[in-house]
Write a new protein. Structure first.
Ligand SMILES: [Zn+2]
Ligand SMILES: [Zn+2]
Length: 144
């Protein structure tokens, strides 16, 4: 199915892609008029994924949001995290080495820098552990 580009939020101009048979169907899926969606051929190839990953948007020159902190990042720099920003309230970012600096990705998602990537991974890890703990306690309750 072809990929149709549409504006999620006209205010901040967030874009997304919906896969649909034609513009009419795409409009129906996302709740806008058929003439508000635009077929974007280069994204057709991503239909099997069901979405266009941030790294792929970035490949085509779009600005994408950091998966961790939602800063809008350019291809190689987050102007909020890099450059002259002193990170007064964020010692971990202030202590970044040159290796940690600069936009990075994990193959799917895009981050401001290594610090954001590591924070996201730590969050996922925490959630996983939280879930495991819950399952454990359910099992224990079940034994009673
Ligand atoms: Zn940032
Ligand atoms: Zn970030």
């Amino acid at each position: 199915m072809p990929a149709f580009l549409y504006e999620v939020d006209p205010f901040d101009r967030t874009l997304d892609v919906v896969f649909a048979a034609d513009a009419e169907a795409a409009g129906r899926k996302v709740g806008c008029d058929a003439d508000a969606v635009r077929h974007v051929e280069k994204f057709d190839q991503y239909e099997p994924q069901g979405e266009v990953y941030p790294v792929q948007w970035q490949e085509y020159g779009y600005r994408v949001a950091c998966w961790h902190c939602e800063h809008m990042v350019d291809a190689d720099i987050c102007y909020e995290c890099d450059g002259n920003y002193p990170h007064e309230d964020d010692p971990e970012k202030a202590a970044m080495t040159d290796d940690d600096r600069g936009v990075c990705d994990d193959g799917v998602r895009v981050y401001c820098d290594r610090v954001c990537l590591e924070r996201y991974e730590a969050e996922v890890e925490r959630k996983k552990r939280g879930k495991a703990a819950k399952e454990q306690s359910t099992r224990q309750t079940g034994k009673e």
